[in-house]
Write a protein that binds this ligand. Structure first.
Ligand code: ZN
Length: 295
């Protein structure tokens, strides 16, 4: 397996579209960046968000997956992107100041980008075909379904602030699914972080993304590359609205396999519509990128 992973050492998977699988973002937003910009988040917030992800995931990577998590803090770089790669047992995330300085990016939105990159490593099925990395949509789904919950679950006071400030439509959706005030607050926060990121991705793609205008596209086969901004916001929402509890010590699904047996392994941790399973209406991976192979 190590040999197989090392074959893919040159492949990295990003937050935004890239040419091939390299580090080269299609967007040219870096030309608008400057270290003197006061938009987005501060360097201290950039480091703090990374510290939090490292504190939770570094021991977990080691204990559960036998891997070393390395997060590179490229604050001075103007790159408006982030990426994940694997080389043997070293699993790397690259974060860039150019992304952190974008006006749309809140600290929670930035944390969600970190979660997306971690999701490429450990977010499971569906995968980029025959590769180690979770598909883009799955990395987004994992970001709110698992990672944001793990990071913020105990931050009750911070979560509670979203009861007043969160978008009313997002609040209603959360209240439909979650009964306890604590779960609702966490859901509001995850939704608003998704909005921060959805806006960034939409602006870079020249589109719009709103809570109440879901993407109507229906794919006939799972799309593994970057969905449009609206579809990605829909996915962040779905993760926040799925009542299942992900197990962060499990990579659900057989690595690199998009088979029915791989999808079946994710059923304990994800919400599915179709069934013999659980028949969830909310919290399912959106059909703008995901197509179940079980029906
Ligand atoms: Zn990605």
């Amino acid at each position: 397996m190590i040999f197989r992973q090392s074959l893919f050492a040159f492949a990295s998977f990003c937050l935004l579209s890239s040419i091939g699988y390299g580090h080269y973002p299609e967007n040219n937003a870096h030309v608008y960046d400057s270290l003197s910009l006061k938009t987005g988040i501060t360097e201290a917030q950039f480091n703090d968000a990374i510290d939090q992800v490292e504190a939770f995931y570094r021991p977990l990577y080691e204990e559960a997956f036998g891997a070393k998590l390395v997060i590179n803090r490229n604050w001075r770089s103007s790159t408006v992107n982030a990426s994940a790669s694997i080389n043997g047992s070293t699993w790397t995330v690259n974060m860039y100041g150019g992304l952190a300085r974008r006006a749309e990016v809140t600290k929670d939105g930035f944390s969600k980008v970190l979660c997306h990159e971690v999701g490429h490593h450990v977010g499971g099925y569906p995968y980029y075909s025959s590769r180690w990395a979770a598909a883009e949509g799955q990395a987004d789904y994992f970001a709110t379904l698992s990672c944001a919950r793990e990071l913020w679950r105990d931050q009750l006071a911070a979560n509670a602030k979203f009861r007043k400030s969160a978008d009313s439509f997002a609040r209603e959706k959360c209240d439909d699914v979650w009964d306890s005030e604590e779960d609702q607050n966490l859901c509001y926060r995850a939704m608003m972080a998704g909005k921060s990121l959805g806006e960034l991705l939409s602006n870079l793609g020249g589109t719009e993304a709103n809570f109440d205008t879901p993407d109507q596209n229906v794919v006939t086969k799972t799309a593994t590359r970057h969905p449009v901004g609206q579809c990605r916001l829909d996915t962040y929402m779905a993760g926040a609205l799925c009542e299942k509890e992900w197990d962060p010590s499990v990579i659900a699904g057989k690595q690199g396999s998009n088979s029915a047996s791989s999808e079946t392994k994710t059923l304990p941790y994800t919400c599915m519509t179709s069934q013999g399973f659980d028949g969830y209406l909310e919290g399912v991976r959106p059909s703008c990128w995901f197509k179940s192979v079980l029906n």
